[in-house]
Write a protein that binds this ligand. Sequence first.
Ligand SMILES: Cc1ncc(COP(=O)(O)O)c(C=O)c1O
Length: 421
Amino acid sequence: MDKAQMVIPSSLREGGTDPIFRIAGEAAKKTQELGAEAVINSTLGALMDDEGKLVTMKSVFDTLKNLPNDLIAGYSGLAGQPDFLNDVVKACFKDYQPEVGFIKAVATPGGTGAVRHAFCNYTEPGDQILITDWYWAAYHTIADENRRSIVNFPLYNEKGTFNLDAYKESMKALLKKQGRVLSVLNTPAHNPTGYSITDGEWDEIIAFVSEEANNDPECKIILLVDLAYIDFAGEGDEARAFMKKLTGMPHNVLTLYAFSCSKGYTMYGLRNGAIICVAPTESIAEEFANACTYSNRGSWSNGTRGAMETISKIYSDSELYNQMIAEQTFYKGILRRRAQAFCEEAQKCGLEIVTYSDGFFISIPCEYSREISDRLMEKNVFIVGLAKGLRFAPCAVSEEKCRRAPALILEAMNEVLSEKA
Ligand SMILES: Cc1ncc(COP(=O)(O)O)c(C=O)c1O
């Protein structure tokens, strides 16, 4: 990279288009040229209908558009609108709100804002944040932008389930180095793998974290659960069962949730979400709310009023609420059928994927992912290449295309691998 001219050296950034948006741009061009049928555009992380058009929930947008203008145009409170703060807690926990612990929420622009506040208020500048090796790239960006960094541990063990041993080892090493660890677990329906930590795995994580915290009462452990895809996981609300367990730990352990309205309510561009704590004491909850409210003021002031009012209206009107749940359930069913089609065909043709449970993405572990992604483009298949493999997005393509894709991916992979051999 060039030398910094006017920006400080640590703010010198690469320009150019984000690789995901570049591939999506290429896919859009090909679609114009050949028609939607001929192109598999599995790039963006948003739910699309079978024709490739963004899904939007009627219950959400009818509500938003019927709000009086002043409820859309006005500023919200710095911490978020009081009703929204109650409603987002309901939206997060549903029937699985823990009985023990002190819960508080602060509104943020999407889950991204919540991740930012956790990074900035629960780690020191220069600290490392513990993250799985398959991860959402923005974690790195948010850490780097705020002068922190990330350190990875392998998400999977050799059985393809949560690598508890590696998690323990990395947590211990970081505790020894920093005395405080912020660990991000993106579950259920992890991006980019679709993995969901099981309730049994949560029991083991909780036992381990509690033991570490008891062994060193001076250390601090913060568990940030990134829930961006929760409303697309499991049957009904069962994917929230772990939330009841994630409390009642030693007082030097704090649970945080990054809640997003982007996917579950199709509010992507409306920038709405919250950071929520389940704190062991009232004063730790108070400290959380004060720090995150101050961070709101110091970074973007306040969130999107109309988006908060929309959620509150939906949660205060049972008919509207049921309509919203019916829509979520309908789209969850579509996503599940698409993902199932992809997984079945992958198994049939022998394409390896990492363990998938739920969600917008399925990952294919491989070397030369960028080259394979380029080769696939020649076959009119558009898939993002990541450091550890390829990310297929069943959220973005029809069930029929999900069935077609695995054989095409395998073919491109074999071509590239044989050229490299
Ligand atoms: C893993 C993960 N976390 C958080 C988010 C936050 O999204 P938003 O800021 O739109 O709520 C995303 C969005 O892509 C994501 O993939």
